[in-house]
Design a protein around this ligand. Structure first.
Ligand code: BV8
Length: 266
């Protein structure tokens, strides 16, 4: 990808003014924001052993019921892949924005924990976190378990299989996450939709909900999506370039022109 100096990206004065004056900003991110960290997006072809599987078929309770070992090993492969990744300038820019906006919240569909590593704090993990494990029967987080030959490992309390603490297709989003998201949407003046194909519900309906209550909608994506029609501003390009450029233009007083947004692992 050609190097685009963040200060060379031109943003409309109106866009800069709207974001700079906003006191409540809500951001929704999808797999695209982690693409520049080297994590394949959910719909990109999976590699190697997993190339023949469709993620949407594996990320279901039925799959786990049918073949718990296969699903557990898929998540182990993804965890190992994600563990090698570090936040990219897009993640870092959102962590900075959170410090500069009085009320800032981030809903992520991603399970990779990269927003937290980048320094974001007001995070609503809509689809859980791949680095957390829970009992498939008691539905409680299990921090540790005895090493055995069982794959998946078994709950030390009830001996049922353990599973990743992620939301599978056909499972409900955690009530706390839904409640927080609804509260944030009701007050947000600006809603960013970043790096999501806007195909997975209920996340995909959040921009419309925000629009209906009067938020300004900004989409950042490489391509158009089913919610592009809703956006007041469509910024087409890599979020790892666009977001630092936005920050540098909106809050130049905080950003000497030579700010280095290089990735870092904190
Ligand atoms: C629910 C965790 C109520 C797991 C994920 C039939 C039966 C049951 C349910 C349904 C049904 N039909 C529809 C549904 C609802 C279903 C759904 O939406 N299905 C879809 C496929 C139609 N939703 C659910 O089941 C949800 N729960 O509805 O509960 C209910 C309950 C019971 C019965 C009925 C209803 C739960 C959905 C959560 C699923 N879990 N993840 C795991 O990760 O293993 S979703 C998973 O896919 C990811 O988390 C992610 O959210 C999603 C993929 O979406 P994206 O993040 O957008 O990623 P994608 O690859 O698609 O796109 C990337 C984008 O980035 C692209 O646009 C690309 O252009 C862009 N991009 C790439 N690079 C960059 C970039 N942009 C900027 N910069 C770049 N550099």
């Amino acid at each position: 990808m050609a190097e685009i100096p963040v200060n060379s990206i031109q943003f409309s004065e109106e866009l800069i003014r709207i974001i700079r004056s906003a006191t409540h900003i809500l951001v929704l991110t999808g797999a695209g924001i982690s693409a520049e960290s080297g994590i394949p997006t959910f719909r990109e072809a999976q590699t190697g052993l997993w190339a023949k599987y469709n993620p949407e078929d594996l990320a279901t309770p039925e799959s786990f019921q049918r073949n718990p070992r296969l699903v557990w090993e898929w998540y182990t492969w993804r965890r190992d892949l994600i563990q090698k990744a570090i936040p990219n300038p897009g993640h870092l820019a959102l962590a900075v924005m959170e410090k500069l906006v009085p009320n800032f919240h981030l809903i992520t569909q991603n399970v990779d924990n990269l927003h937290r590593i980048a320094g974001s704090q007001n995070i609503i993990e809509f689809h859980g976190n791949i680095f957390q494990t829970k009992c498939s029967y008691e539905d409680i987080i299990i921090e540790s378990w005895p090493e055995t030959r069982d794959i998946p490992p078994r709950c030390p309390r009830c001996n049922h299989f353990l599973r990743p603490n992620v939301v599978w297709f056909g499972e409900s989003i955690p009530q706390q996450a839904i409640t927080s998201a609804i509260n944030c949407i009701q007050n947000c003046e600006v809603f960013f939709s970043i790096g999501t194909s806007s195909l997975v519900e209920p996340s995909a309906s959040l921009p419309l909900t925000a629009r209906l209550q009067g938020s300004v909608i900004i989409e950042i994506n490489l391509e158009h999506t089913p919610m592009t029609y809703l956006a007041d501003f469509v910024l087409k390009g890599p979020s790892g370039k666009i977001l630092p450029g936005l920050i540098a233009n909106i809050w130049p007083q905080f950003y000497p022109q030579d700010t280095n947004f290089s990735s870092s692992k904190s």
